[in-house]
Design a protein. Structure first.
Length: 427
């Protein structure tokens, strides 16, 4: 649709932008830049436009799969004050950077209340920067521990116990000749795992974030060392899946569903994914029947973990020419009904707590209560306008995972991160 409109504009030589051109021929076009999904956001956009009486149309612009590449593409265009960026689906860690740079419109007054009412505590915290609301929580993801019931029985362990730790799990996998699947490729998913380990051990990767580039790297700490022991220990153990250092979410899911799978940390979509694989004949129903779930494993015995916190927030571009329509789209898309529909359609958990009481959600996700609890008690990644520098510093110094050791790796990370933030080293 966009290419046709642009060609029309060029032929007439009167339209400076897509939105301006659309205004001459019909309702304005609201561009929604999304993370790739199964088409659920596109279907939701159509529903919202229809509910608005077709006062506007929505053009879906799909960003790259990788979160860092999504950020890079949007940053470049927003830095050029691109008015065609109306609505964005943003990974929560990038909200602070975009807001600090003046790239996002603030939600205020009644609008702020509407998009945050009933939102769970974890995702709510990711939408603010310096006490001001710059995004509307849409989906709110968290990771669970997934296990094979038969393996747990053979190992005689209880993953639902607060005494069940990463060390317990790795040893159980080794005893039963099974694997522990994780995301350890050098990408944002690896940072998610590392951050969850650090905060579960009571630490932080960086502190004093309000100081910007003068923030204090804090990963060189007892918590950072415990995280390094787990990452490096798993990678060097018999419980490590083949090619662990190249594994993302789907590679982890494949390893878990294989004949050597035992345990996995991953997002809730994997449960629906396993059921879909049964329909295609990729796996047998007995594999799905053997899958159990529990809270993200603890680092320390008796101390509950801080599960990973992910998801997508919707933000409005600061330079949009149609802020009222962009707001209508965001308000509609993040409503309770819409987020329930999207959760059932795309498999991504909702940010609003009441969604987990919906009978359809409970039927599709028997672990709905655990997801809600994990979201409320999850540990967000560092909220800083320099998040990309922080995350990339960790990814570089902690990869490959087999080389991670305490205290050397956390010490190196702290030095490297400080140098990057101060401009002494380039990423």
């Amino acid at each position: 649709m966009r290419s046709k409109v642009l060609l029309g504009c060029a032929a007439l030589a009167v339209c400076a932008s897509l939105a301006a051109c659309a205004g001459d021929s019909g309702p304005p076009v609201i561009n929604w830049y999304i993370n790739p999904d199964n088409g659920g956001q596109s279907r939701l956009a159509q529903k919202c436009a229809t509910n608005a009486g077709n006062a506007y149309r929505v053009a879906i612009q799909t960003l790259p799969n990788d979160a860092s590449q999504q950020r890079e593409q949007l940053v470049r265009r927003l830095a050029a004050k691109d008015s065609s960026i109306d609505v964005m689906s943003l990974d929560p860690p990038f909200i602070a950077e975009f807001a600090n740079a003046g790239f996002l419109r603030e939600f205020t007054g009644q609008d702020a209340k509407v998009v945050t009412d009933g939102v769970l505590d974890g995702p709510r915290t990711t939408a603010y920067w310096k006490g001001r609301l710059y995004a509307a929580p849409f989906t709110a993801n968290t990771q669970l521990l997934w296990f094979r019931r038969s393996v747990v029985a053979a190992a005689n362990v209880d993953p639902t116990s607060t005494a069940f730790t990463w060390e317990t799990m790795i040893k159980a996998a080794e005893r039963t000749h099974r694997t522990v699947a994780v995301q350890a490729n050098r990408y944002e998913g690896y940072m998610v795992w590392i951050n969850a380990l650090v905060v579960s051990a009571g630490g932080q990767i960086i502190t004093n974030v309000q100081a910007g580039k003068d923030a204090t790297p804090a990963i060189d700490s007892p918590a950072g060392n415990e995280a390094a022991d787990i990452v490096g220990g798993l990678a060097r153990s018999a419980a490590a899946p083949p090619a662990m250092s190249n594994a993302g979410e789907e590679e982890s899911r494949s390893a878990f569903q294989s004949t050597t799978g035992g345990f996995m940390v991953n997002w809730p979509y994997v449960y629906a994914g396993a059921k879909d694989d049964v329909k295609t004949g990729a796996i047998r129903q007995s594999v799905v029947d053997d899958i159990g779930w529990a809270r993200f494993p603890a680092v320390r015995p008796g101390v509950e973990s801080r599960p990973p916190l992910g998801g997508i927030n919707l933000a409005i571009g600061a330079y949009t020419e149609h802020p009222e329509y962009a707001l209508d789209l965001v308000t509609c898309a993040t409503s309770l009904r819409s987020t329930i529909d999207y959760m059932l359609d795309a498999g991504n958990p909702a940010a609003r707590g009441a969604a987990y009481d919906d009978p359809r959600v409970v039927a599709a996700y028997p672990m709905a209560d655990l997801i809600r609890t994990s979201l409320n008690e999850g540990g967000p990644r560092p909220i800083t306008p320099y998040y990309n520098d922080v995350s990339t510093s960790v990814q570089r110094t902690w990869h490959p995972p087999a080389n991670v050791r305490a205290p050397e790796t956390p010490e190196e990370t702290a030095r490297f991160m400080s140098d990057v933030l101060q401009g002494r080293r380039l990423l």
